[in-house]
Design a protein around this ligand. Structure first.
Ligand SMILES: Cc1cc2nc3c(=O)[nH]c(=O)nc-3n(C[C@H](O)[C@H](O)[C@H](O)COP(=O)(O)O)c2cc1C
Length: 534
């Protein structure tokens, strides 16, 4: 036991930081948690507001349809309404997120057990006082905890798993637990072990908590990695734990709300419909449920909710920034394709599941195919369309990706179908693990020299930008490509001609080409002519 002080931000510190950075909207008017709260934040993602302008929302006056007022506020978007919020939560610069995850995985920090934590300031025995909102009013059959970090322990090794699985509010002392089998979740392996022993599985459902815990709860970490250690690795300090009040599990001492209970290993119960992150409603299915033994919380607890369903969403962003480094690490360091520089998972509507873009610097053809295959098999059911692009193609810009696919590839040579993937996280859920899907791998990298990009050279665009700003025209947000550059099919003589043209000496070129005339009997029209190599 220790009294070590906390060395990382809890949710309250994080929200104060968001407020100070202008990234928090405080809503003081009454908001119905079941019919108004999520639809309001939904507009931020479907209302044309650009990602950098998205914010977290703190609802301070939460009611339900029966006019009940809750004394616990609700926060939405505080983990990943945009990348910047995520980087603040994880405690690093935007560009260092990948490095921070690599560090956390390679340098996990042993947690400490403290005598008492704020999470035990209030102990109740039902979930009735928790303002869990309805995520998709009109379709969902109940409020569901969307920031539900289920904490379980391997009964053989003692290693902890923290996994974010939705939890249906079913009764004052009963909540759901939805483990998607196709995602290979850690808690499922624990549940199987308890089932073999003929015992129920003790579990703690932390709703939000210190941001480092939430980020670990949605990250796909190796099964044998204790996720309390990973949370410590992320903040480079020991994560503080306290003993559960009614179950033999260690719980986050600095958590906001923790529901303790026992998950049956003998029975399943209907759960859902629930609006899912793949953009469709998950139909009713038989799933796990937990009998609640205690609800513990801070006196000033804040209930976290994650906005999910159709992407873009907070759920999409929180996974995107975490999964992309995992893909890159796998392809570059495990499979060893060093020419890969970036992996982008497309988020809007496809929800990271279906389109993966792999960006290369000077790959060989073997590099391209090995990396595309590695991306397909990395997860059982993601990366259905995998595209290889060069370094000058922005993998986040679908226009640029389509451009490369259209001009830098020939499908009869550059496309392969990969058989034997899973249908995965999607509306055809009954087929998961049973029906075979396939992936399309598309090499859209340059295979031969190409003419330059048809935009003015960089120096002309930069000079013109100065004039643009001098004229006080609207602020520019440059999109790649914003200047022309060579793709190899060019020579020094053509540079000379272009320089002469800009200086106003193009008559010299006119004279030169007049001397290069050839008879129509000798040369067909439209024949390329580069002149002698310079
Ligand atoms: C908002 C949100 C909701 C999620 N809901 C579920 C869910 O209900 N069931 C599930 O299996 N995974 C769900 N996930 C994905 C898991 O959190 C993710 O796969 C995580 O890696 C699981 O942790 P584990 O690998 O430790 O089991 C959700 C993720 C987010 C961001």
């Amino acid at each position: 036991m220790s009294n070590d002080p906390r060395q990382y931000p809890d949710l309250h510190d994080h929200i104060a930081r968001l407020d100070a950075e202008g990234l928090l909207v405080r809503v003081k008017r009454a908001i119905d948690k079941d019919s108004e709260l999520h639809p309001l934040v939904r507009w931020q993602f479907r209302g044309g507001i650009e990602e950098p302008d998205r914010k977290a929302f703190l609802f301070e006056h939460v009611v339900n349809g029966k006019g009940r007022r809750y004394d616990i506020p609700v926060v939405v978007g505080a983990l990943a309404a945009n990348r910047r919020i995520y980087s603040l939560g994880i405690g690093c610069k935007l560009e260092d997120i990948r490095e921070r995850w690599d560090h956390a995985k390679n340098h996990p920090v042993e947690p400490v057990v403290v005598e008492e934590g704020p999470v035990h300031e209030v102990v109740e025995d039902t979930v009735e006082g928790l303002p869990v909102p309805i995520s998709t009013p009109g379709w969902d059959n109940a409020p569901y905890v969307s920031a539900g970090h289920y904490i379980t322990r391997d009964p053989d090794t003692g290693s902890y798993n923290v996994g974010n699985y939705r939890a249906q509010i079913k009764a004052p002392k009963r909540v759901g637990c939805n483990i998607s089998l196709e995602l290979g979740q850690g808690a499922y392996l624990h549940w199987q072990k308890y089932k073999e022993r003929g015992e129920p599985m003790p579990a703690a459902l932390a709703i939000g908590g210190p941001p480092c815990l939430s980020y670990v709860a949605v990250q796909k970490l190796p099964y044998d990695m204790d996720e309390y250690w990973a949370a410590g690795g992320l903040v480079q300090a020991p994560f503080r734990l306290a003993r559960g009040k009614t179950i033999d599990l260690l719980v986050p001492a600095d958590g906001e709300i923790v529901i303790e209970g026992l998950i049956s290993t003998a029975e399943l119960e209907p759960e859902a419909p629930f609006g899912e992150s793949h953009g469709h409603v998950n139909p009713k299915e038989y799933n796990l449920f937990m009998d609640v033994t205690a609800v513990t919380r801070r006196r000033d607890a804040i209930l976290m909710s994650i906005i999910s369903q159709v992407t873009p969403s907070e759920s999409g962003m929180i996974k995107k920034v975490a999964y992309e480094p995992l893909y890159l690490d796998h392809i570059r360091n495990q499979v060893g394709v060093r020419s890969v520089v970036r992996v982008a998972l497309h988020e809007p509507l496809t929800s990271l599941q279906k389109l993966t873009v792999v960006q290369f610097r000077n790959p060989t053809p073997v590099d391209v195919w090995r990396a595309l295959m590695a991306a397909v098999v990395f997860r059982p059911a993601m990366s259905k369309i995998v595209v290889a692009v060069d370094e000058d193609i922005d993998p986040e810009d679908p226009d640029a990706v389509w451009w490369a696919m259209g001009y830098r590839s020939r499908p009869q040579r550059d496309v392969q179908i990969f058989h034997g993937t899973d249908v995965g996280h999607g509306p055809r859920h009954d087929e998961r693990g049973a029906a075979e899907d396939a992936a399309v791998m598309w090499d859209a990298t340059l295979k031969e020299p190409f003419p330059p990009i048809s935009l003015p050279k960089r120096e002309f665009m930069e000079h013109a930008r100065d004039i643009w700003e001098e004229l006080g025209l609207p602020a520019l947000r440059p999109k790649q490509p914003w200047f022309g550059y060579s793709l190899g099919d060019w020579n020094a003589e053509l540079d000379v001609e272009a320089e002469l043209a800009v200086r106003g000496d193009y008559w010299q070129t006119g004279e030169k080409i007049a001397s290069q005339r050839r008879s129509t009997d000798e040369i067909p029209m439209n024949t390329s002519f580069y002149g002698p190599p310079g």
